[in-house]
Ligand binder design. Structure first.
Ligand SMILES: CC(C)(COP(=O)(O)OP(=O)(O)OC[C@H]1O[C@@H](n2cnc3c(N)ncnc32)[C@H](O)[C@@H]1OP(=O)(O)O)[C@@H](O)C(=O)NCCC(=O)NCCS
Length: 193
């Protein structure tokens, strides 16, 4: 589990699958920049049973607050066949939760985790042109814009360009700097006595 100051990130538990499907399926909440492909509950359960949404092809980290309320998720997956990288995607389930710094912290934790656990030099993310909030998240984590992917994604009835961003290992913050510190042992003993 990745523990930040505001968010926790962890692979899905079996008990999360229904709520993950229900929250992910509410297309009123996805905004104008996220594909609205609906998934059946059966297909989500089958994928969970097969891999736990945790495989080399596609992994999901559920984002919760410290009271275990689901906020959204970060997914990561390989790039094109020849690439030695990971690409990330992320969303919050509810628009009410936007603007609290959750995605910035979750992306920062995921990037640090990926560089600490995998021999990769780069992580990339693609953002639909105009998705200023997402672009800002990447910039705050240290990603740099590389260029434009033309007509690469189909959204709301038409194709859109996306901006490609990346961060290199040498540019990223280390995991120990982004994880929330463990509570001081003396403070814990004092609190429990
Ligand atoms: C994009 C998304 C993940 C951002 O999550 P979030 O938790 O609200 O992001 P944060 O609060 O960490 O940071 C958002 C930043 O963007 C800024 N921002 C958001 N919307 C903005 C806008 N329309 N114009 C300018 N800045 C904007 C915020 O002010 C904040 O920057 P700041 O801290 O410098 O003020 C969330 O809006 C979302 O889930 N959108 C739908 C799915 C999606 O688009 N995912 C990204 C796919 S690449």
């Amino acid at each position: 589990m990745l523990v930040g100051k505001k968010t926790l990130l962890r692979p899905l538990h079996a008990a999360d699958v229904e709520v993950y499907h229900r929250l992910d399926a509410d297309i009123r909440q996805v905004g104008a920049f996220w594909p609205i492909s609906m998934k059946s509950e059966r297909s989500v359960k089958d994928r969970f049973e097969k891999s736990g949404y945790w495989s080399d092809e596609y992994s999901v980290l559920l984002m919760t607050d410290h009271a275990d309320k689901p906020l959204g998720y970060v997914a990561f997956y390989p790039g094109a066949l020849y690439q030695h990288t990971r690409e990330i995607g992320y969303r919050l389930f509810k628009t009410d939760d936007h603007g609290n710094g959750y995605a910035t912290e979750a992306v920062s934790l995921t990037v640090a985790y990926l560089f600490a656990s995998k021999p990769i030099e780069r992580i990339q993310a693609a953002v639909v042109v105009g998705n200023i909030g997402s672009r800002r998240v990447l910039e705050k984590v240290g990603f740099k814009k590389e260029g434009l992917l033309r007509s690469v994604v189909f959204l709301n009835g038409r194709h859109h360009d996306m901006e490609l961003f990346s961060i290199l290992r040498s540019e990223a913050t280390s995991l120990d700097q982004v994880l929330a510190p463990l509570p001081d042992a003396r403070a814990r003993i004092a609190a429990s006595s």
